[in-house]
Ligand binder design. Structure first.
Ligand SMILES: *Cc1c(COP(=O)(O)O)cnc(C)c1O
Length: 382
């Protein structure tokens, strides 16, 4: 689907809300969810709530029949409040307190992810009989925002965890996550081959696994194109056919970014333009602490489009945020060009910013309020 921000821009032009702000079109979220479901027929889809937990976004996804991947009790409570059924909720965070496992189990959650012996033991005690996917770390290409070594056990350790889970009366499966904003479709092929080997090894030990969790990671376009959803789906389908010749396991997918990024657009205002050391610095009212956390290490390079383009040629800029923090610089290595006529008060649009922006904003650093979100469309509140 090609993102179209006409309705959002019209809302911003007419209502002229204070900047910075994010506007999300819930109709686009629902359409994106349907498109994702069609690309992976038969798979259980669990939206990763952290990408954008705005209640209207969750409402659109509930209506589209999508389930949820939660990281803890607060996200779980939020999904239940918006009408999600506990059978459609997975607790995908391998790092969790035993009492939070018990809380989820009491509320009907029966699907978990784990990657350590202690956590498997907690699940056996507090979530008896539940499905538990053992998350493996892959030897696959890094994504734009990789998870490093924080999550996942080595494939060699995974079999022990699978057997341990089965011994404790849990129903083990395998999970992996290729890293967020992952343009290398080959990463899923590596994950699927790794999982198939573990399915065989567990079967040889008398444990029949039935579930494979392919995680999230599907990339969205900013300044450079990414593979279309159809390309991910086709390569994943052929990898499953090749590695599971006797029939594919039940699939779980945990998309975050890909369902919401292109449903959102952020508008910001130029605070100041200054010349420093031969470079033109443009300071915006959006920065790393109030919405653009993913500019860290310049990992995600957003598009910046002047609103009502000032006349004249472009020139190179360094882009920085508004706070008194030296790290609140967005891009000083990634080349950006903006109109030389750009002045205080001019506005810029950042299309494709519906994911990992508002949910990453601080609560009040330097007194700046969290990024305000307006939701349009059928499930909207604006
Ligand atoms: C964040 C997260 C996701 C979503 O990742 P995207 O890159 O946004 O698709 C899925 N699963 C888990 C366990 C996550 O932590």
């Amino acid at each position: 689907m090609c993102a179209d921000f006409t309705r959002i821009r019209r809302f911003l032009d007419e209502r002229d809300p204070p900047t910075p702000c994010l506007v999300v079109d819930t109709d686009v979220v629902a359409a994106r969810a349907r498109e994702f479901g069609a690309a992976f027929p038969g798979a259980l889809i669990r939206y990763a709530v952290k990408a954008n937990p705005a209640p209207p976004v969750l409402d659109a996804l509930v209506a589209a029949g999508i389930g949820f991947d939660v990281a803890g009790p607060a996200e779980l409570r939020l999904c239940l409040e918006r009408g999600a059924g506990p059978a459609d909720i997975a607790y995908g965070n391998p790092i969790k307190k035993p009492r939070d496992v018990a809380f989820a189990f009491e509320h009907g959650v029966r699907e978990f992810t784990s990657d350590s012996p202690a956590d498997v033991d907690h699940l056996g005690r507090h979530a008896p009989g539940s499905a538990v996917s053992i998350r493996v770390v892959l030897d696959a290409p890094d994504s734009a925002t990789p998870f490093g070594r924080k999550f996942g056990c080595a494939p060699a350790e995974a079999l022990d965890l699978v057997l341990r889970a089965a011994e404790r009366g849990l129903r083990p499966g395998i999970a992996f996550h290729v890293g967020s904003q992952q343009p290398a479709v080959a990463a899923w092929e590596i994950g699927i081959a790794t999982a198939a080997k573990l399915f065989d090894e567990a079967a040889a030990q008398g444990v029949a696994m039935t579930r494979l969790n392919l995680g999230g990671g599907f990339a969205t376009a900013h300044r450079t194109p990414v593979p279309p959803l159809s390309a991910y789906a086709a390569r994943i389908a052929s990898a499953l056919a090749e590695n599971f010749p006797a029939g594919r396991p039940e699939l779980l997918l945990e998309p975050g970014r890909v369902l919401v990024a292109d449903a959102g657009l952020l508008r910001t205002e130029v605070v100041l333009v200054a010349q420093r050391d031969e470079r033109r610095w443009v300071y915006l009212d959006i920065g790393r602490y109030n919405g653009l956390a993913e500019a860290e290490n310049e990992a995600i390079a957003y598009r910046f489009e002047p609103v009502g383009t000032p006349d004249g040629p472009d020139g190179p800029v360094v882009l920085a945020g508004p706070t008194c923090d030296g790290d609140d610089v967005l891009y000083q290595r990634t080349p950006y060009a903006l109109p030389l006529a750009l002045r205080t008060g001019d506005r810029l649009d950042l299309p494709g910013t519906g994911a990992y922006t508002a949910s990453y904003a601080s609560v009040g650093f330097n007194g700046i309020e969290p990024l305000r979100t307006y939701c349009l469309g059928r499930w909207g509140d604006a």
